[in-house]
Ligand binder design. Sequence first.
Ligand SMILES: NC(=O)c1ccc[n+]([C@@H]2O[C@H](COP(=O)([O-])OP(=O)(O)OC[C@H]3O[C@@H](n4cnc5c(N)ncnc54)[C@H](O)[C@@H]3O)[C@@H](O)[C@H]2O)c1
Length: 271
Amino acid sequence: MPGHQLFDMLGRVAVVSGAASGMGRAMAIGFAEAGADVMLADVDVAGAVATAAHIRALGRKAVPVNCDVTNILSVRAMFALLDKEFGRVDVLGNVAGPGMGGAPEEIDVSVMTQVLQNLVVGRFAACQEAGRRMLKQGRGSIINIGSIGGWNSLGRHHMPYGTAMGAVIQMTRELSTEWAARGVRVNCILPAQVLNKDLEARMKTMPAMRDVFLGGIPAGRFGKPDDIKGVAIFLGSDASSWVTGAIIPMDGGNLAMNAGGSYPGGPRPMG
Ligand SMILES: NC(=O)c1ccc[n+]([C@@H]2O[C@H](COP(=O)([O-])OP(=O)(O)OC[C@H]3O[C@@H](n4cnc5c(N)ncnc54)[C@H](O)[C@@H]3O)[C@@H](O)[C@H]2O)c1
């Protein structure tokens, strides 16, 4: 049965970072399932190639590219390849970006510089490259991945990460305001805990963490990467044509209940 035409992404070109695994992979596949062709950026080239094979089997064009989103030159090179391969970009999914943490009184100041580079400068470089092309086209949708940790304090050695994700939220608002009248929309998704290899490993070494996290998710389960598909297709398609500058929790109800609920008892070095 065909879906609603507002969600149809046939003929659209999307570029998604972190497309080898997790939410980036799910987002890229979701766009392709909705009809889009996709460029798949990741440092895990084998993973991006595997996602590309999955998308080609759906009948869509997929181009994997080795791109380190923390390196501006690498981001620019990816967009140069995109111009060659696709000639346009309708959607940017800004997903990848390694976070860093530590006790604020102990970390080297360089940790702040690095995490801001990884999560804010890297995402901005991609927004700028995509934005320039979208402004010329008069149409485009940028989706930044933030975090509940950029909205509320997590209080568990996430200060550099939370500060950077807070900046991603404000960057989204600034860019959306600058570009809205010229057809380019910029929105931000804030996930709570979505299962990935790193999170599974951390919960294995600290089993109490699982209960603490689940205690902060009224929906009663962790997120899974596929949970991002619906929100991403909504934001990437015409279904959201009057939605820009929105900061959208994808968190099983975590922010509504107050993130304090996921962390009873105040700061301690966990997760
Ligand atoms: N999983 C969560 O609970 C959660 C919650 C909030 C926000 N986030 C954010 O969402 C994003 C994706 O998380 P995920 O759970 O899908 O992670 P994941 O580990 O499943 O996937 C991350 C992908 O990004 C790639 N990657 C890492 N560094 C890269 C770089 N420098 N350049 C290009 N690609 C790179 C990895 O190879 C991997 O394929 C991250 O920015 C993360 O901080 C995650």
